[in-house]
Design a protein around this ligand. Structure first.
Ligand SMILES: O=C(O)CCC(=O)CC(=O)O
Length: 262
């Protein structure tokens, strides 16, 4: 897969679809990589230029020393999109990816035409919770974090499937520095005020059983942006694009059509 050499980091990315199509950019969650969207992509309409990447410290991107600031993660995305000559994109970010998407929209509205805020919020959890997770990873590695995380990410009946095994392995093999770096970025982020100032087409997506960013939290953030829409995916946890890809594609495709993105 191509590697983008940015000012201070090399990021792994991938493009699919129509190179001249309307850009749709995916930003992954914590402890995952760009394969997060593999099941969704075949369900999307033709005519999209689809861009996805591994954020700093994740997947096949470079791992730098923690902590990371949210501003750094936003800048990485901004520089990647500049390198790829992307303007007027629909940006879909899941969880920390949705925080990066909010930050990018505040900073570079020329790059962002519409936002999809999936399983995310302006502020996620309390800093003490993130610091506890960072300490655990620092001292014991990723292993003790895996099962509690799967319980927040996926519904009980889905948890013993091979699909979830794939995501268990991804989290287990996430570089500790990358995980800690991104936890620090989340811990230090409160986008309530800047996100409240955004004026652009926005869709919030939540999972009915999300143990990380509960539906009410996602709705609260989505409601900060006037005119936004909110959709709930039933029988899904924190990663509905994996657990309910058809339902996820349905709400996303309707938004793509409603906004005239293609
Ligand atoms: O692992 C968790 O439950 C926290 C997830 C989170 O809020 C950040 C993310 O998924 O990007």
């Amino acid at each position: 897969m191509p590697q983008a050499q940015l000012k201070d980091i090399t990021l792994n990315y991938r493009e699919d679809g129509d190179p001249n199509g309307a850009p749709l950019v995916f930003i992954n969650s914590l402890g995952t990589d760009l394969s997060l969207w593999d099941q969704l992509l075949p369900l999307l309409p033709a005519g999209l230029r689809i861009i996805r990447f591994d954020k700093r410290g994740h997947g096949a991107s470079e791992v730098t020393a923690p902590p990371y600031g949210m501003g750094t993660l936003v800048r990485d995305c901004e520089q990647l999109l500049d390198l790829l000559n992307v303007r007027d994109a629909m940006i879909l970010g899941l969880s920390i990816g949705g925080m990066i998407a909010q930050g990018l929209a505040v900073k570079r509205l020329d790059q962002v035409r519409a936002l999809v805020l999936s399983n995310t919020a302006a502020k996620i959890g309390q800093p003490s919770m993130w610091h506890d997770r960072m300490e655990l990873a620092r001292h014991q590695g990723m292993a003790p974090l895996v099962e509690p995380t799967m319980e927040r990410w996926f519904t009980k009946s889905f948890r013993n499937t091979p699909t979830v095994d794939h995501w268990r392995q991804k989290l287990l093999h996430t570089p500790v520095d990358g995980f800690i770096g991104c936890c620090a970025a989340i811990a230090g982020t409160d986008f309530y005020t800047p996100t409240s100032g955004l004026r652009l087409p926005t869709l919030g997506i939540a999972g009915s059983d999300d143990g990380s960013t509960p539906a009410d939290l996602v709705r609260e953030t989505t409601d900060l942006i006037p005119g936004s829409q909110f959709k709930l995916i039933r029988r899904a946890g924190h990663i509905p694009c994996v657990e309910q890809p058809e339902a996820y594609a349905e709400v996303l495709n309707t938004f793509i059509t409603d906004t005239g993105h293609i």
